[in-house]
Design a protein around this ligand. Structure first.
Ligand code: SF4
Length: 421
């Protein structure tokens, strides 16, 4: 008999979730670090200079639950678009803070477009792409000066794909002098970590407070990412942005990101996350937000929307009805959550179960706030419904889906209404 998909479960020990102590960073009103709940962020893939498309996608990402949204700012047109994007979002009632992603020419763009510098809530700086040779330190310093002048935090985001080559070469040379040299992978990991940490210390020396700095050091391999962040977390108290860079497409990207981030978060490492999924053709950009939320919710870190436990199905049920019902229920609660968030706070903690037959159905349904056990092959055509562990009624006939959804709404009204509470 296949296992049922498990619901979010409490931690084995409270210590399992204790968060690493980091400097709290205020990003346009959203707190990252300092023990605050792990923040979900995302990034657009529109041409930032296309204001209408960018506004639409930022709003979609925010409605899906992204608490911060990053846009690339790579040329004068995109820098000029940022204040217009901000203005339109404000007019639409979309307050999500915007983060500007700068590479190579950020110092020039921020100098040329003060309104962009002001409209952004954080600047992302990649220390491997700030500039080359003697210009590197100068241009990095200019970026930090802009952050100080406009009172903005920065993310110093090192990346495996754009590692500071001069630092990597220096560490390789130093390594060759060691009596017991490290392997090349360890030296490159150290270069990535040093790139982030040394740049952060430089920013502090220039005058940026520690509570305006978030660090990241992204790689594309799961084990490397875990090793890099464990090290980074031990060596500083800066707030950390977690993400597996270039995670990939479809299930591979989801599994790889979840495998790496879940391990780190279980150790209390990570203050904000992004799932860098490559969208499948036709798939909405918002999927990366849903995956991030589900990762946080299934690991018990935060609740965003009622979770639906559904069995995988097997030869005991040839009907696809329970699969369809699970989807209807999941879509219903996800669609209602923006409204419930305001009118029925706490509804996101509700648990639901949709099960395919009598074997695990009643048991699993009793564990949920509301669960339904559908009839498997050869069973009587009746679907008992359990509410808070007690069998409440039995549904029959052609309207089971509508009636079950109505019961969910009734439960929310009775248990989470602001008036009732
Ligand atoms: S149909 Fe029944 S036996 Fe099969 S997976 Fe679902 S609950 Fe388990």
């Amino acid at each position: 008999m296949p296992d049922a998909i498990t619901r979010p479960t409490p931690p084995a020990t409270a210590a399992a979730w204790s968060r690493r102590d980091t400097h709290p960073v205020n990003i346009g009103g959203i707190w990252v670090g300092g023990g605050k709940p792990v923040v979900v962020q995302s990034m657009t893939n529109t041409d930032t200079a296309d204001v209408a498309s960018s506004v639409r996608q930022v709003a979609d990402l925010w409605r899906a639950g992204s608490e911060l949204v990053r846009l690339t700012v790579n040329n004068p047109e995109s820098a000029a678009a940022i204040p217009r994007i901000r203005e339109k979002l404000d007019m639409m009632g979309v307050p999500v803070p915007l983060i500007g992603d700068f590479h190579y020419n950020g110092h020039q763009l921020l100098a040329a477009e003060p309104a962009c510098a002001q409209a952004l809530s954080k600047y992302r700086i990649n220390p491997g792409n700030v500039g080359f040779g003697r210009k590197k330190d100068l241009q990095f310093g200019q970026l930090i000066e802009f952050a100080i002048r406009y009172d903005k935090p920065v993310r110093i985001g090192a990346n495996w794909g754009s590692l500071d080559q001069s630092l990597a070469a220096q560490l390789m040379d130093e390594n060759s002098q060691r009596a017991d040299p490290w392997d090349a992978g360890r030296v490159l990991r150290e270069a990535l970590i040093r790139s982030a940490l040394d740049s952060a210390e430089k920013a502090v020396e220039i005058g940026l407070p520690r509570d305006r700095i978030v660090l990241s050091a992204k790689v594309s391999g799961v084990q490397e990412l875990i090793a890099v962040y464990r090290d980074l977390a031990q060596r500083s108290q800066f707030a950390l942005h977690l993400g597996l860079t270039e995670a990939g497409i479809g299930s591979k990207g989801i599994v790889a990101s979840s495998a790496a981030l879940a391990v780190l978060m279980q150790e209390g490492i990570g203050d904000t996350i992004r799932i860098s999924l490559t969208p499948e053709p036709g798939q909405p950009r918002t999927q990366e937000v849903i995956v991030a939320q589900e990762l946080l919710q299934t690991t018990g870190q935060r609740a965003f929307t009622p979770m639906v436990t559904a069995c995988p199905g097997c030869g005991r049920t040839t009907s696809e009805f329970f699969q369809e019902l699970a989807k209807v229920v999941q879509n219903h609660v996800r669609g209602k959550m923006p409204e419930w968030k305001i009118s029925h706070p706490g509804a996101e903690n509700m648990t639901l179960a949709v099960m395919g037959c009598v074997v695990n159905g009643p048991g699993e349904s009793r564990h949920a706030n509301i669960g339904i056990s559908l009839p498997g092959t050869g069973e009587a055509p009746a679907a008992p419904v359990f509410v808070d562990g007690e069998k409440k009624l039995t549904l029959r006939g052609d309207n089971i889906a509508q009636e079950f959804v109505a019961l969910i709404d009734e439960y929310v009204e009775a248990n989470y209404s602001r008036v009732a509470s």
